[in-house]
Design a protein around this ligand. Structure first.
Ligand code: FES
Length: 270
C-alpha cells in the first residue's frame, strides 16, 4: 500500500462508487483499501515506499489517459477511480500470465504453498491458462556454457530446463533465483528497513536477478547481516527461512525485538 500519509489536508474521492476521505499524499491503492476494496499487488508493501514495478495494481481514473499504478498515484480531490473495469482486469491477467510463464510450476511441493503472494494474486486476478512458453528465469547459463539466461533458454530448448542453483551459503535462509519475480522488495527492505544496502538487481529482462552485494560471490560473503528483513519481504519462496523449508510452515508465532544492533527492529519469530 506504500507508507501511509498522516498529516495532509483531507481529500475526498470515490473508488468503485464508494466515497472515501483520506489525507493528501495517500496513494490510490491505500484509499481503495480504506474504502474496503482490495487491489491486487506484488511489489507494494505496508512498510516501504511504493515502487511501482509489478504493474499488477493498475486502475482507471476518470478523465486520465492510460492505466496508472494505484500504489504510486496520489489521490486528488474529486477523483473517480475504477479498480474492477474489464480493461484493468484484462491487463492484470496479462501481467500475471507473464509472471507465471517465467516461474516454476511446482506449487504443490513448494515450501511456500498456501503462503505465497504470487499464488494468491494469480487467484485474485482469475488467471486460468498461460499461453506462453516457459521463460528463461529457470535456466542456468553456466550449466550449458551460455552467456546469459536468455541464451541458455535458446540452447536448452523446450522441456529441458536447467535450474539456476540455489544460494544456500547463509546459515539462516536460502535464495532460489528460479522463483524470483524481481519485485525488488528484498532489495528495498535491505535498504529502507535495515539500512544495509547488501542487495542489488543486476541484468535486464530475463537476465535480471537479485544479487547479494557488489563483488560478493554469495550471501555469506556479502555485506548481509542476516537480519531477515529480505526474507520477510519476499512474496514468493525465493528467499526462504531454512527452518520453514525444512520443518514446514509454523503453527504459532511471537513478535519480538532483534537484539543484534541498537535499531530495535521488531520481527516475527516462529
Ligand atoms: Fe503497484 Fe506493484 S503494487 S506496481
Amino acid at each position: 500500500l506504500g507508507t501511509p500519509a498522516r498529516h495532509g489536508a483531507p481529500v475526498s474521492l470515490t473508488v468503485d462508487g464508494v466515497a472515501v476521505t483520506v489525507p493528501e499524499g495517500t496513494s490510490v491503492m491505500r484509499a481503495s483499501y480504506l474504502a474496503g476494496i482490495s487491489v491486487p499487488k506484488l511489489c507494494a508493501s505496508d512498510n516501504m515506499e511504493a515502487f511501482g514495478s509489478c504493474r499488477l495494481c493498475v486502475v482507471e481514473i476518470e478523465g486520465r489517459r492510460g492505466t496508472p499504478a494505484s500504489c504510486t498515484t496520489p489521490v486528488a480531490e474529486g477523483m473517480i477511480v475504477r479498480t474492477q473495469s474489464e480493461k484493468v482486469r484484462r491487463i492484470r491477467r496479462g501481467v500475471m500470465e507473464l509472471y507465471i510463464s517465467d516461474h516454476p510450476l511446482d506449487c504443490l511441493t513448494c515450501a511456500a504453498n498456501g503462503d505465497c503472494e504470487l499464488q494468491d494474486a494469480a487467484g485474485q486476478v482469475g488467471l486460468r491458462d498461460v499461453r506462453y512458453t516457459p521463460g528463461a528465469n529457470h535456466f542456468d547459463p553456466k550449466g550449458i556454457g551460455a552467456r546469459s539466461q536468455s541464451e541458455a533458454k535458446l540452447q536448452a530448448g523446450p522441456g529441458n530446463a536447467q535450474y539456476i542453483p540455489k544460494d544456500d551459503s547463509n546459515p539462516y535462509f536460502s535464495y532460489d533465483p528460479s522463483k524470483c519475480i524481481v519485485c525488488s522488495r528484498c532489495v528495498r527492505a535491505c535498504e529502507e528497513v535495515q539500512g544495509t544496502f547488501a542487495l542489488t538487481i543486476e541484468g535486464r529482462g530475463f537476465d535480471s536477478r537479485v544479487k547479494a552485494g557488489a563483488g560478493a560471490d554469495d550471501f555469506l560473503t556479502s555485506d548481509c547481516v542476516s537480519c531477515g528483513a529480505c526474507v520477510q519481504a519476499c512474496p514468493t519462496a525465493t528467499l526462504q527461512e531454512k527452518s520453514v523449508a525444512e520443518l514446514g510452515t509454523p503453527t504459532r508465532s511471537v513478535i519480538t525485538t532483534c537484539a543484534y544492533c541498537g535499531v530495535g527492529c521488531s520481527f516475527k519469530a516462529e
